[in-house]
Structure formats: C-alpha cells, structure tokens
Ligand binder design. Sequence first.
Ligand SMILES: NC(=O)c1ccc[n+]([C@@H]2O[C@H](COP(=O)([O-])OP(=O)(O)OC[C@H]3O[C@@H](n4cnc5c(N)ncnc54)[C@H](OP(=O)(O)O)[C@@H]3O)[C@@H](O)[C@H]2O)c1
Length: 286
Amino acid sequence: MKKVLVTGGNGQLARCLNDVANPLTKYEFIFAGSTDLDITNTNQVNIFFDQNSFNYCINCAAYTAVDKAEEESERAFKINATGAENLAKACLVNEVTLIHISTDFVFDGEQVCSYEERDTTNPINVYGASKLKGEQLIQENLSQYFILRTSWLYSEYGSNFLKTMLRLGNERDQLNVVSDQIGSPTYAKDLARAILKIIEIDSKDYGIYHYANSGNTSWYGFAKAIFEESSVQIALNEIKSEEYLTPAKRPYYSVLSKKKIIEKLDLNIPYWKDSLKVAIKTLNKD
Ligand SMILES: NC(=O)c1ccc[n+]([C@@H]2O[C@H](COP(=O)([O-])OP(=O)(O)OC[C@H]3O[C@@H](n4cnc5c(N)ncnc54)[C@H](OP(=O)(O)O)[C@@H]3O)[C@@H](O)[C@H]2O)c1
C-alpha cells in the first residue's frame, strides 16, 4: 500500500485532500499538522521520514498570510523556503516523491496573456519571493518533484475569499471590491483531485505545473458570482487597486496557463463558476 504524507495537515488544501482521498482505500494518508511535524525543524523532519516509509509527500504546509509577510519576512522564508528545502532533502534520502504547492504570486502580473510554466518569475511581494525561493531550493535538491502553482484558492475550510464575502454579505449593505486584478478562482477540492491523479497514474513527468480552475475574472467578478449564487442582496461597487491599499502589492494579471497539466495528466479542469456553485452548495449543507 502506498503511503502518502500530507504536511500542513489542518490547512485548507489538506482538509480538501482528506475529503477527496477518503474513498481511496488503496493508499494510506498521514495528515501531519504543524504540531505533529514542523517542516522548519530539520531534525524532526528527518526523524519523521526515517520512522515511516512514505512514497509521496504532499507539502500543504505554508506561510500564507500575504500582507503580514511584509513585516514577517524571516518567518515567511523560514516556512516557505527552508521548510520546503528540508522536505526536499528528506525526500531525496528516502526516495520519496515530493508534490509541492506554489503560487501565481511568483509572477509580477505585467503579462497580458496567461503565464506558462517557463515564463520569467518576478515576485512583487515577500510571500511570492519566499514561495519562489522554496521552488528553487526543491529544484536544487531533488529531481523527483512536482511543483503545482495555483491561484485564488477557496473552499469550505479555513479563511478564504468565498467565506469572507459570505460573512460580509451578512453584515453589510454595500461593499467595494477591486476590479483591476485578474486571476482564476480555484476550488481547493479540484486542485486536490489533480494532486491525487498524479499519484494514481504514478506519473514520472516531474517538473513545474500550473493548476487553476478554467476561465478568469476579477475579485469584483468573483464577489458578484458569490453573491448571485448564494442569493445575497448587496450593493457591490468596483474599485481600483489604488483605492484599496494593502501592505503587500498584488499582481494585476496572474492567469495561469493549464495547457501542460491538461496534456500530461489528461485532466478535465472545471470552469470556475461551476466549481463555485459546488462549493456554495457544500457550505450550505454543513
Ligand atoms: N490560499 C490561496 O489563495 C493560495 C493561492 C495560491 C497558492 N497557495 C498555496 O497553496 C498551499 C495551501 O494553501 P492553504 O490555503 O491550504 O493554506 P492554509 O490554509 O494557510 O494552510 C497552511 C497550513 O500550513 C501549516 N503550517 C504553517 N507553518 C508550518 C510549519 N512550520 N510546519 C508545518 N505546518 C505549518 C499551518 O498550520 P498552523 O495553522 O498550525 O500554523 C496551516 O495549517 C500553500 O502552499 C499556499 O502557498 C494558496
């Protein structure tokens, strides 16, 4: 039976993986939260890998507070870069395939067509820089890796844009949302299914991949779809990024090209609005 370690086991993506992986009885999944396994603790990582024989490690552990990272740069790099390096080194020694999650924020957003895997990276905030460093350290230390860059993740778990909008929709009569940043909202359960497909088909096509739901929109468009789908009445106003200043700059355009992953994994990628409907339905059931 293949043994799969999921780090950051209590986070949004890990919890989606748990839901999606549940019916797959031919794999044993070990979900390790940050108190079970701190990926920045080299010794702990080495011992954890030594005591178990994993076939895969899915790294869902990350420092994800994009704005806070501007003032906690050291911590962001420790988790997103050194943590990833620790896992890569342990994977090499133990012959484990690493599936690591990265971000559209490795790009500067100046492009006008979707970003391919080989396009030049140029992060414009600390979080993006720390995630890029993590990618580089994995590539320097390991060859059996999949790095999946994704964007605008949401689900019924944790805190994310969908849940924030639903909360604000209950609290307010009107809301201003940025309309000049374009990207692809991605349901974390769809990403989880793509990750599991890599394992199920035992792919050896290692490398960097982009995965996001198909289609794209602005944060305003995303919010509008959320309110329409959940029948929330609210006055929604479009604003520009310069009217909503945040500590971290965000790329204006971060749509990822999915061509490579569709071809290599023979994937059908759901349209973002269809997945949003599924997520809202699931939230309403809970
Ligand atoms: N969310 C997005 O919009 C988005 C977009 C693009 C890419 N991504 C990437 O997608 C991946 C999954 O994101 P997510 O939304 O699931 O993030 P999340 O909900 O914030 O989960 C991250 C998890 O990492 C854990 N963690 C933090 N430091 C750790 C450490 N030193 N050792 C072990 N675990 C640690 C956290 O545990 P504690 O809470 O206990 O600290 C948390 O459970 C990340 O790599 C992220 O960079 C996310």
